[in-house]
Design a protein around this ligand. Structure first.
Ligand SMILES: NC(=O)c1ccc[n+]([C@@H]2O[C@H](COP(=O)([O-])OP(=O)(O)OC[C@H]3O[C@@H](n4cnc5c(N)ncnc54)[C@H](OP(=O)(O)O)[C@@H]3O)[C@@H](O)[C@H]2O)c1
Length: 327
C-alpha cells in the first residue's frame, strides 16, 4: 500500500508529465485533448511572438495599433518613428516604376518620392491632378482598375516598355461603417473589384504582355488580416472593405506562387496609418494611433520595396515596423 506522501509524489509527477506533453503538443501545433480550442491557442502563440521582448527576434507586428505605436515610442524605435534614419531610395534611380492611383493621397506621395529619387514613373489611373502633373512623369489616365478593357487596352498601349517595379496602390474604402444594419452588397462588390481584382487585372495584364522585369507590389491593408479582426474589430463591421483586403491577400499569395517560376516576387504591404482622404473619417484617432503624413508613408513603402527578394515573395508586411502581419 502506498503511503499518502508517495501518492502525492506520484500524482505530482503525473501532473508534470502531462504538462510536458501539453507543452510538446503546443510546440508541434497539435490540438489539446482538453483545454482551450486551437484558435485561442493559435492567437495566444501569435500574440506572444508579436510581444517578443527582443525586437531582433520578433516575427509579427502587434495587432493593437495604439499599443504598437506606444511600444515603438517606449523602445525609441527609429525604424518606426523616423523612417529617414533607414530609408535609402538610391536603388530607385533609373528604375521604371508603374504605380496605380497616384493622383492623390499615398499614391501621390509615392510618385513624388519616386521622382525625387530619379525613377521613371508611369502613373496609371482614372484621372490625374495638378500635383501629379507637376511631377512631370508619364500619366496614363482613363484607366479604371475595375475595367479590363482599359487595363488591357489603354494601359498596355501607353506604358511604353517593360517596368522594373509594379506598385498596385489604387484602393477604395466605403465612407460608411458597414454593419448588419446597413449592409451594402453593391459597395462590397465595388471594394472587392477595386482592391482585390484590380491589382490582379493590372499585374496579370502587364505580366502576360511580358512587361514585368522585377517585382510586383500590392498595397494591401492590415484590414485584410482575419487574425487581427479579433483585436481591431471587437464588434465586427466594415464587411466590404475588410473582405476586399482578405481577398486581395489570397490573390497576391496565389500570384506569388504562380510567378515563382518566372522569378517575379509578389509582396503585400500594409502602408501604415496615413493621413489621407481615405482615413479622414478616423482623424480623431490619427494622433493616438500614430498616423503619419503620406510623405512618411511613401518612404516606409519604398523602404520595404527595396528589401524585396524572392525569399520574401508571398509575405504580408507592415511597413511601419517591417514585421509580418498574420493572415
Ligand atoms: N491611408 C491609410 O492609412 C491606408 C491604410 C491601409 C491601406 N491603405 C491603402 O493604401 C492605398 C492608398 O490609400 P490612400 O489613403 O492614399 O487612399 P485615397 O487617398 O482614397 O486614394 C486612392 C487612390 O486610388 C485610386 N482609385 C480608386 N478607385 C480606383 C479605380 N477604380 N481605378 C483606378 N484608380 C482608383 C484613386 O483615384 P481616383 O481619384 O480616380 O478616385 C486614388 O488615386 C489604398 O489601396 C488603401 O487601401 C491606406
Amino acid at each position: 500500500m502506498l503511503r499518502n506522501c508517495e501518492k502525492a509524489k506520484i500524482s505530482h509527477i503525473r501532473f508534470w508529465c502531462q504538462m510536458l506533453a501539453v507543452l510538446r503538443a503546443c510546440t508541434l501545433g497539435l490540438v489539446l485533448p482538453q483545454g482551450p480550442p486551437r484558435t485561442t491557442m493559435h492567437r495566444a502563440a501569435l500574440s506572444k511572438m508579436a510581444a517578443d521582448a527582443d525586437p531582433a527576434t520578433r516575427v509579427y507586428s502587434l495587432a493593437d495599433q495604439v499599443a504598437r505605436f506606444e511600444r515603438a515610442k517606449a523602445e525609441k524605435n527609429e525604424r518606426f518613428l523616423n523612417i529617414d534614419s533607414v530609408f535609402d531610395g538610391s536603388y530607385l534611380k533609373g528604375k521604371r516604376v508603374l504605380l496605380t492611383g497616384g493622383n492623390q493621397g499615398l499614391g501621390l506621395a509615392i510618385a513624388t518620392e519616386l521622382t525625387k529619387q530619379g525613377a521613371e514613373t508611369i502613373v496609371v489611373g482614372r484621372r490625374t491632378s495638378p500635383e501629379l502633373d507637376a511631377l512631370g512623369g508619364k500619366v496614363i489616365t482613363g484607366v479604371d482598375v475595375t475595367d479590363s478593357a482599359s487595363v488591357n487596352g489603354k494601359m498596355l498601349k501607353e506604358v511604353g516598355g517593360p517596368v522594373d517595379i509594379v506598385i498596385n496602390n489604387a484602393g477604395y474604402f466605403w465612407e460608411e461603417h458597414e454593419t448588419l444594419d446597413n449592409l451594402n452588397f453593391e459597395e462590397q462588390m465595388k471594394q472587392i473589384n477595386i482592391c482585390a481584382l484590380g491589382p490582379l487585372r493590372v499585374s496579370s495584364a502587364l505580366h502576360k504582355a511580358g512587361l514585368v522585369k522585377g517585382s510586383i507590389i500590392v498595397i494591401s491593408s492590415q484590414a485584410g488580416s482575419c487574425e487581427w479582426r479579433f483585436t481591431q474589430n471587437p464588434e465586427g463591421g466594415d464587411y466590404g472593405h475588410h473582405m476586399s483586403r482578405a481577398a486581395c491577400n489570397i490573390m497576391a499569395v496565389l500570384l506569388s506562387q504562380e510567378l515563382k517560376a518566372a522569378g517575379i516576387p509578389v509582396v503585400m504591404l500594409h502602408p501604415g496609418f496615413n493621413r489621407t482622404g481615405m482615413t479622414a473619417k478616423y482623424s480623431e484617432i490619427w494622433d493616438k494611433e500614430g498616423a503619419v503624413d503620406p510623405s512618411v508613408g511613401a518612404k516606409r513603402v519604398l523602404h520595404e520595396i527595396g528589401q524585396v527578394t524572392m525569399e520574401k515573395s508571398g509575405s504580408f508586411i507592415n511597413c511601419e515596423d517591417g514585421l509580418q502581419i498574420p493572415w
